[in-house]
Design a binder for this molecule. Structure first.
Ligand code: SF4
Length: 707
């Protein structure tokens, strides 16, 4: 499954965050690669952040790579090198046995927003269309599922309406639950440059911490964690009171306004300010900025999504764009920023346990029938599959027997991770498919499959603005490593399934594109030839199209709901997080740092990237630290009801009193899990999106005393 290339410079896309910067990858004579920003690429115009500038190490450094398949017949035996045939034959035999004995729901795939669209497509086809279970979920569940649910409920479908080019057309940004200066740096540079050139542009940042993003804000609302819905409602109320709403849009293109108005008027702005821990006049100022804007963009990420009320938070924010009519026009719209490079592509193929291809719904019998007919496989089950955390619970209770983990590191990234570890210990059969021998999951694996890394395989990804790009294969994968899609297709054939004999990634893409026909994300006009020639386009891209795709959705104010109107949801103020108490009096929030990405399996290999922040730490307000007799650099124990971590204290007045922060990147290294933030986090879920509450749990902090 390779496409021969006869050149030494290749177009690709950065494989870290969802900004999706274009890069040019050069193949050197010694077989290594070098990477530079693509000056002609519309997203980044040649710029790269610290992570993108060091992309080449992910390919050139092979010190931790898996080179050949390995297998063992019992957990007490050492792993042994085997052929691909043996590894896949045995895996197929074990899967068939479990499926026969316990049903198709006894097996599951847990994949990643780093998978290419083609990889996502074939795994979904395999389990939903041929095995007959919907047990496929992705680590995108941990970051984007609340946004997906919010878009579906408000706009009718999971559709990001805007483009990055809207940044330069907007004059007000409401950045909430996000620190793009660190997590989406190139996108933020565009916002910074726009503001520098146009000082009248207003930036409002909402975050319990003073972040680098807040540094350029006209207004920083340093709210109490978990009070986002109250704040958004209060802003909504002031917009209504000031008459800064779009009555024409509300009357003709939206529904639910009257019920919304009732909810937001339940609380005075002063009461909301008190609960949020911000000044009333600042809420009013934020509403004035938004209400006075010609183009208003709301931007958000994990601070809203990773919550037990994540969908409510999303809806309360979307409401601000809807009541002001700030959607479907230049420089306006709600804009969720994806954390992973292909979280959006995964959503296109229905890569979550409750979705079907091309934004079809699993609970719609017609949609199931359409997809089943197209694939020609088994009947698609109407029962939603297990979500990310549910899979590991099911391993714990024995209902799930086998799990296949692709390109993700759940034993660092899942909340309340020790429970997930227990699940892995109890699993009857574990397959780990990865590029690296470092993920902690390998310790529990029965079969280990070596995968090709970025630039060692061909495929496509979609960034936060619906921009699909083609990533070239530049060099061969080391040893016997294979592209992830090829591994899945070979396995499917071992299972005896038809429809997996693709000759290359391009054929997979063509099949995926055909399945989008007639849907709102129709990309039937796309194939590899078009993508290579255009470099990238934005979906939808229908048959016969020749341009650059669709920059903006809902320009005719027609939404994907049954009524074609957007829905303003009267979100009640609910609170489902673990409250602080006498035993655990502080609120813990977790997040990223500037130069590391996810669980550091790639960025952690680059020494330069360790210079910014080299070890895990606890950020704590000096007054809280003083009360606990903790000084700068002291080792502290952060404990919750689920576990603890031991890290150094970093005193900072940039964090709100009563709140502490741990970076999420560090995991188990050489048997030491002392700095793994997810020892402590809570696995409470949003009831709709099933996204975990990473941003809020009750903890106690003490100075570490040697036993
Ligand atoms: Fe890569 Fe994101 Fe940095 Fe761009 S902003 S170079 S996509 S990590």
């Amino acid at each position: 499954m390779t496409t021969e290339q006869h050149k030494d410079k290749f177009a690709s896309t950065c494989c870290y965050c969802g900004v999706g910067c274009g890069v040019t990858v050069s193949k050197e004579k010694n077989g290594t690669v070098t990477v530079e920003g693509d000056a002609a690429y519309p997203v980044n115009k040649g710029m790269l952040c610290s992570k993108g500038l060091n992309l080449q190490y992910t390919v050139n450094d092979k010190s931790d790579r898996l080179f050949y398949p390995q297998m063992r017949y019992s957990k007490s035996m050492p792993m042994q090198r085997v052929s691909w045939d043996e590894a896949l034959q045995r895996t197929a035999a074990v899967f068939k046995t479990f499926i026969q004995k316990y049903g198709p729901e006894s097996v599951a795939f847990y994949v990643s927003g780093q998978c290419l669209t083609e990889e996502y497509y074939v795994v979904n086809k395999l389990i939903k269309g041929f095995i007959g279970s919907n047990n496929i979920d992705t680590n995108s569940r941990l970051c984007m599922s609340s946004a997906v649910a919010g878009y579906k409920m408000a706009l009718g479908e999971d559709s990001v309406p805007v483009s990055y080019d809207d940044i330069e057309l907007a004059d007000c940004f409401y950045v909430t639950g996000a620190n793009p200066a660190w997590c989406h740096p190139i996108l933020w540079r565009r916002v910074e440059a726009h503001k520098a050139a146009n000082p009248g542009v207003k930036i409002i940042v909402v975050d319990p911490r003073v972040t680098d993003s807040a540094a350029i804000a006209d207004l920083h609302l340093q709210l109490n964690p978990g009070t986002d819905v109250i704040l958004n409602h209060a802003i909504g109320r002031v917009l209504i009171e000031n008459g800064d709403i779009d009555l024409d849009f509300i009357q003709n293109h939206a529904e639910g306004f009257e019920a919304y108005k009732e909810v937001v008027f339940e609380r005075t702005v002063a009461e909301a300010a008190e609960l949020c821990g911000v000044r009333e006049e600042d809420i009013r100022l934020a509403a004035t900025y938004i209400g006075g804007a010609k183009g208003f963009i709301s931007m958000w990420t994990m601070g809203l999504n990773q919550s037990a009320v994540g969908v409510d938070k999303n809806l309360s924010l979307l409401n601000l764009n809807l009541i002001t009519g700030q959607i479907g026009k230049p420089g306006a719209g709600p804009f969720s920023l994806t954390g992973q490079p292909n979280a959006m592509g995964g959503r296109e193929v229905g890569g979550l346990s409750n979705l079907l291809a091309a934004h079809r719904n699993l609970n719609n019998p017609l949609h199931r029938e359409e997809v089943q007919k197209f694939w020609g496989g088994t009947t698609i089950s109407e029962k939603p599959g297990l979500t990310a955390t549910e899979m590991f619970e099911a391993l714990n209770n024995g209902s799930l027997k086998a799990i296949w983990v692709i390109c993700t590191n759940p034993l660092t990234s899942l909340p309340n991770v020790r429970l997930a570890e227990e699940g892995m210990k109890k699993a009857k059969f574990v397959v780990v498919q990865d590029i690296s021998d470092k993920p902690e999951t390998i310790r529990y694996a029965d079969v280990v499959l070596p995968a090709a890394a970025w630039a060692e395989k061909e495929g496509t990804m979609t960034n936060s603005e619906r921009r699909i790009s083609h990533l070239a294969k530049v060099v061969d994968a080391p040893g016997e490593a294979l592209p992830d899609a090829e591994i899945i297709c070979r396995f499917a054939q071992k299972m005896g399934f038809r429809g997996f004999d693709f000759k290359n990634a391009s054929e997979i893409y063509q099949e995926h594109a055909q399945l989008t026909a007639g849907t709102n994300i129709d990309i039937t006009g796309l194939n590899y030839e078009v993508l290579q020639q255009k470099r990238s386009v934005q979906w939808p891209y229908t048959t016969g199209e020749t341009g650059e795709g669709t920059a903006r959705l809902f320009t005719d104010k027609t939404f994907y709901t049954p009524s074609t109107k957007a829905v303003i949801h009267p979100v009640p103020v609910a609170f489902r997080s673990e409250m602080p108490d006498n035993d655990f009096p502080l609120i813990l929030t977790t997040g990223r740092i500037r130069d590391q990405w996810h669980t550091m399996s790639k960025t952690g290999k680059v020494n330069k990237l360790k210079k910014h922040i080299s070890q895990a730490y606890l950020e704590i307000h000096p007054t809280d630290a003083d009360l606990l007799k903790i000084g700068e650099g002291d080792v502290v124990v952060v404990a919750s009801r689920r576990g603890d971590v031991r890290v150094k204290a970093k005193l900072s007045a940039n964090i709100k009193r009563g709140v502490v922060f741990l970076p999420m990147h560090w995991g188990k290294i050489l048997g030491n899990d002392l700095n793994r933030a997810n020892n402590v986090t809570n696995d409470a879920l949003d009831p709709i999106s099933k996204e975990p509450d990473f941003k809020f749990c009750a903890v106690r902090v003490e100075k570490y005393k040697k036993p």
